[in-house]
Design a protein around this ligand. Structure first.
Ligand code: GTP
Ligand code: MN
Ligand code: MN
Ligand code: MN
Ligand code: MN
Ligand code: MN
Length: 201
């Protein structure tokens, strides 16, 4: 485990800590952009009320609900669909960084991250509900967005997406997940990161 990281059980031993759970929902897809660029995977993120990109989820009180039940409750509020998330979907837990950067133990918020693969049809249902019946629509959540994993001829796509601003460690959670699940090759990801840095310069 990387420094600052802990297991789910270790994290729960800190009863004075606040806890927040977020999940990356994704599916395979056969659709092609412009009928020629394979989209391959749909990865869901959201535009938050603060203008930052992040994953759906939120604060959970482990004395009242399990982490996973709390996450499912947050998903119902933010997506309008109670997507069930289980301990098997847990990826990592770490202390929230004081500002930005890597995880450190100096703050008292513990972030739990989950990844769950679902069907493309479920993604469409979530997008529909998130834009209509979800309690938080237009309030805490301004809209769901799909992450472009490809790079266009003009260098757009993933590199442009990565040049936006993200909440907390959501950007590294995204990058790590794309690599670990082989949704983007290491070479393509390196290229996209180089492109996103150029965009900031
Ligand atoms: P309220 O209902 O207003 O309390 O919001 P919420 O429960 O939906 O909480 P939120 O999703 O804002 O998450 C709580 C905290 O977790 C945030 O203040 C951030 O510090 C952090 N956070 C939010 N989104 C992400 C994310 O995608 N990844 C990570 N690592 N942290 C996040
Ligand atoms: Mn068009
Ligand atoms: Mn919420
Ligand atoms: Mn939230
Ligand atoms: Mn909440
Ligand atoms: Mn809320």
């Amino acid at each position: 485990m990387a420094s600052g990281q802990m297991s789910r059980d270790e994290a729960l031993e800190c009863t004075r800590c606040r806890h927040a759970c977020h999940v990356m929902l994704y599916s395979e897809t056969a659709s092609q952009l412009f009928g020629r660029i394979p989209i391959r995977y749909i990865v869901l993120m959201q535009m938050r009320f603060d203008g930052l990109l992040g994953f759906p989820g939120g604060f959970v009180n482990p004395s009242e609900e399990t982490l996973e039940a709390g996450l499912t409750r947050e998903l119902l509020e933010e997506l309008g669909v109670a997507v069930p998330v289980s301990t098997e979907d847990h990826v990592e837990s770490c202390f929230s960084p004081p500002r930005s950067g890597t995880c450190s133990s100096s703050s008292r918020l513990i972030l739990h991250f989950y990844v769950k693969k679902i069907e493309e049809e479920q993604i469409r249902e979530i997008e529909k509900a998130a834009a209509s019946t979800a309690a938080d629509h237009g309030l805490e959540v301004l809209g769901m967005v799909r992450v472009p994993l490809y790079t266009t001829k003009s260098g757009g796509g993933l590199s442009c997406f990565l040049s936006h601003s993200f909440i907390g460690v959501a950007r590294s959670q995204l990058l790590n997940s794309l690599l670990r699940l082989h949704l983007v090759s290491p070479g393509d990801l390196r290229e996209a990161l180089r492109g996103s840095q150029r965009r900031h310069a």
